[in-house]
Write a protein that binds this ligand. Structure first.
Ligand code: AMP
Length: 470
């Protein structure tokens, strides 16, 4: 079936060796489109076969027109080192029966060794933004001849933290290149403005929107009172649920370490992955997890993007993802390539509203689950605040709130205008009192001298106190 997509024998042989018989939906659409030379923005569900969908046609185009004397022909920018390594492995597997070579350029590795590998002039370079930019700036990565630029997980690569590096790299690329942007979530505010600068009239492809329910992933929530309760629930789930491999997400590096330590103390074999670890440690952890030597990984969102680890069929959100799109990427580590999986989010009282907003974003209701013996005291917002939220929602939420605020502002302005028209505004100034008699003036001056306080105010205050006290 891949034959119909215009791929040559060497690539077909590699696909066959990988056991990939039939193209996925995204591959059927993207392979011919990318082969035509158009710039493309592709938005497809995680685990849908996106990597082969862009690697196959790019490899084929390089095979069709060999350019042995050119510098780097294809650059793939990845937001994380782990994803870059995974892409490189996939690329090597696909290019196995061809003369095309690829390398990774990642932070945390020896710069000189990377320079030596770049001097061998591989056709494809796959890397993370910071280190790629360093090589561009030191002229060890030449992008003048670049034919293909790919931004994988493009919304993340163009996120605030990485955007400057990525745009500097793009500025050094041959302007006559073909540019591909891929992700499961490509609809971020402000993204279009940047993509317009780096792409030319791109063809936009959206398949199986990430906001459609993912039928292979059962999405559950369990209410939790506090972090200690979450730890107990997490331990229970990892000890009682049946799974091949589990990924547990936290929102910070410190929390991922704390959780891993806690779970190890409970007798579970757990590894930890976050961005502050050394590159060798990160590689080692990923190897152990991929090989199944460690079956539970406590990680930050570093592991949320694009990672394709076979047999992950349980994802636990120890802390809920900060946005709907981050949630989509996290749970997308399971239910990949037709497999099924379960995603369980532990919800504290502070995360209830975020959970509701993610439900609205995905247009679904999570399945609420309870664990016998570990019930939560928290059972959702109080009836009063739920009612308040509901009535707000029913009245079109934010729009109404804004309107109300504007109405109020308008009313205040009217009031102010009225006052101006009718009389002079005296603000909060107290009304001027009648001039004091000369005997009052002397008495007041005496009191002021003695106490150092304004006599009139003190007199009023003490009266008020007396009234209150009586
Ligand atoms: P990706 O979305 O590129 O990360 O791919 C997700 C998973 O789908 C990987 O394990 C691929 O090996 C697998 N895959 C890619 N293409 C196909 C295909 N045509 N048939 C079956 N599995 C595939």
């Amino acid at each position: 079936m891949f034959e119909k997509l215009g791929l040559g024998d060497n690539l077909l042989k590699a696909l066959d060796a990988l056991g990939l018989e039939k193209p996925t939906e995204i591959q059927e659409v993207l392979i011919p489109l990318i082969s035509s030379g158009r710039d493309v923005q592709a938005c497809a569900r995680t685990g849908s076969g996106k990597s082969a969908a862009f690697l196959c046609p790019l490899l084929q185009r390089m095979l069709d027109k060999p350019e042995p004397d050119k510098a780097t022909r294809c650059l793939v920018i990845s937001p994380t080192r782990e994803l870059a390594q995974q892409l490189d492995k996939h690329c090597r597997d696909l290019a196995k029966f061809t003369p095309i070579s690829s390398i990774t350029i990642l932070g945390g590795e020896g710069f000189k060794e990377q320079q030596a590998r770049l001097r061998k002039n591989p056709e494809i370079v796959i890397g993370t933004p910071g280190r790629l930019l360093e090589h561009v700036e030191r002229n060890s990565l030449l992008l003048d001849d670049l034919e293909f630029l790919v931004l994988d997980e493009a919304d993340r690569s163009l996120d605030m933290g990485l955007q400057d590096d990525v745009t500097s790299i793009v500025a050094a690329c041959n302007p006559q290149r073909q540019t591909l942007l891929l992700s499961a979530t490509l609809k971020h505010k402000g993204l279009e403005e940047i993509t317009n600068r780096i792409q030319k009239n791109p063809e936009r492809v959206t398949l199986e929107s990430h906001r459609q329910p993912h039928e292979n992933i059962e999405q559950q929530v369990i209410l939790a009172d506090d972090p200690g309760h979450k730890q107990q629930l997490c331990n229970w789930l990892l000890s009682n649920e049946s799974f091949e491999k589990a990924l547990v997400f936290t929102n910070t590096r410190v929390h991922s370490e704390e959780l891993a330590v806690f779970l190890i103390q409970q007798g579970l074999r757990v590894a930890c992955l976050h961005g502050e670890m050394l590159q060798d440690e990160r590689k080692q952890v990923m190897r152990l997890f991929r090989d199944g030597k460690v079956k539970i990984l406590a990680a930050t969102d570093l592991a949320a993007r694009g990672l394709d680890v076979p047999e992950v069929n349980l994802v636990i959100n120890f802390a809920l993802a900060r946005s709907g799109s981050d949630y989509v990427h996290r749970i997308g580590r399971t239910g990949r390539a037709g497999q099924s999986g379960v995603a369980i989010s532990l919800i504290s009282p502070q995360e209830w509203n975020l959970m509701e907003s993610i439900q609205r974003y995905l247009n679904l209701d999570f399945i609420q689950r309870k664990i016998d013996g570990l019930p939560a005291r928290f059972s959702g917002p109080s009836k009063k605040s739920a009612k308040k939220n509901k009535s707000r929602k029913g009245d079109a939420g934010k729009a109404k709130g804004k309107k109300e605020r504007n109405d109020k502002k308008g009313a205040m302005k009217d009031k102010a205008r009225q006052r101006h028209r009718n009389k002079k505004s005296v603000g909060k100034r107290r009304q001027p009192r009648a001039p004091a008699t000369s005997s009052e003036q002397t008495a007041n001056q005496d009191q002021a001298g003695a106490a150092g306080l304004a006599p009139l105010k003190r007199a009023v205050k003490s009266t008020a106190k007396k009234e209150k006290g009586s």
